[in-house]
Design a protein around this ligand. Structure first.
Ligand SMILES: N[C@@H](CCC(=O)N[C@@H](CS)C(=O)NCC(=O)O)C(=O)O
Length: 337
């Protein structure tokens, strides 16, 4: 069995808007990778086999290091494969990238976008799917609840389109940082809006369409065209079946040496402590437990063992939007503070 290209495996399903942040990034860079397609609802046996409890998609592995959350995944790809990186080197432009990431990933932008899923969509009429998303979000996910919130969500999303139309794209530039090609800033900004535009019936045309927001719509079309070119000229992802991906991962080397545990970290956790790591915004009942190996301002890493093969694997998560608690200690699942 051949190692995955660049040792990268992306666990995802193609219509996950979060996963697209990563697959688009890889495609636009022409960076070769392998993918392991997952079911859209849990359980996800392949990730369980690796010892991963985190339930969200996408997840990336590089060797025996497993990365959760697109914010960390994109950062790692930028750092570990610097030649041809899509991020800017200029501080003010990097600020724009980060603020756009915070805006789309952490602000209510995506949850508002998700609440515009048309209730006529087949998935919305599949109790298995709606129950799964209820467990994921910790909130009711029914047609009635979605319909009730729709007008407010449309108003919210209209403001987002307006912000892009009248500020970042106002001067008629092709790409957010005036680059020749789409850059990381475009990826950080575009994904929830592209997803909504693609999803027929998500937004009423008399409120949000190419008529009211011509620059945003043209930008989305340009982005899709650029992606199409990159897809047709670049390498195709190698598709791995679950057991094959698991075997390759647990027999690989670690991609990164152990980091350090910051002695001044406000959480006051010590290297080697048994901890739990989990997101606080959604999917918070799925926690990864392990020995603390890295704790920096931007990242936490725990060592745990794969369920198949009993090999040590390292699970990494960003600090932002994640909680780390001493295993067995007190924890407040799902609360934002
Ligand atoms: N902050 C996370 C959010 C990931 C996320 O919410 N992913 C969705 C799919 S688009 C998900 O996993 N939904 C529930 C599930 O599939 O279990 C990230 O940036 O990766």
């Amino acid at each position: 069995m051949m190692a995955p290209p660049n040792n990268i495996v992306i666990f995802h399903y193609p219509y996950s808007p979060y996963a697209r942040r990563v697959t688009w990034y890889l495609t636009l860079r022409g960076l070769e990778y392998a993918q392991c397609i997952q079911p859209p609802v849990i359980p996800r046996e392949d990730l369980s086999a690796l010892g991963v409890n985190y339930r969200r998609i996408p997840v990336m592995s590089i060797g025996r290091d497993i990365y959760c959350d697109t914010r960390l995944i994109l950062r790692k790809l930028e750092d570990m494969f610097p030649s041809g990186a899509l991020g800017s080197k200029k501080d003010d432009e990097r600020a724009i990238e980060r603020l756009l990431e915070t805006w789309t990933v952490e602000a209510p932008v995506f949850s508002r976008a998700a609440s515009l899923i048309p209730t006529t969509l087949p998935a919305m009429n599949d109790p298995k799917f709606t129950k799964d998303r209820e467990g994921f979000s910790g909130r009711p996910w029914s047609k009635e609840v979605l319909e009730r919130g729709r007008p407010e969500s449309i108003a919210y999303i209209r403001n987002c389109f307006d912000l892009l139309e009248t500020t970042l794209l106002a001067d008629g530039r092709d790409w957010i940082l005036k680059t020749d090609k789409p850059s990381l800033a475009d990826i950080e900004a575009i994904w929830p809006f592209d997803w909504l535009v693609e999803m027929k019936g998500s937004m009423p045309a008399n409120v949000i369409s190419a008529k009211q927001f011509p620059k945003v719509y043209a930008w989305i079309q340009r982005f899709r065209a650029a992606l199409k070119v990159a897809k047709s000229t670049g390498p195709k992802p190698v598709s791995l079946k679950g057991p094959e991906a698991v075997k390759l991962i647990i027999t690989a080397e670690f991609a990164e040496p152990n980091g350090t545990v910051d002695v001044n970290d406000p959480l006051n956790l010590k290297e080697g402590m048994e901890v739990e790591v989990y997101p606080t915004d959604s999917g918070f009942t799925h926690r990864d437990r392990g020995r603390l190996v890295t704790l920096t301002p931007n990242e936490v890493t725990v060592a745990t063992r794969s369920r198949v093969g009993d090999k040590e694997v390292h699970i990494h998560a960003p600090r932002s939007g994640f909680r780390i608690t001493k295993a067995g200690g007190e924890s407040v699942a799902g609360s934002k503070l």
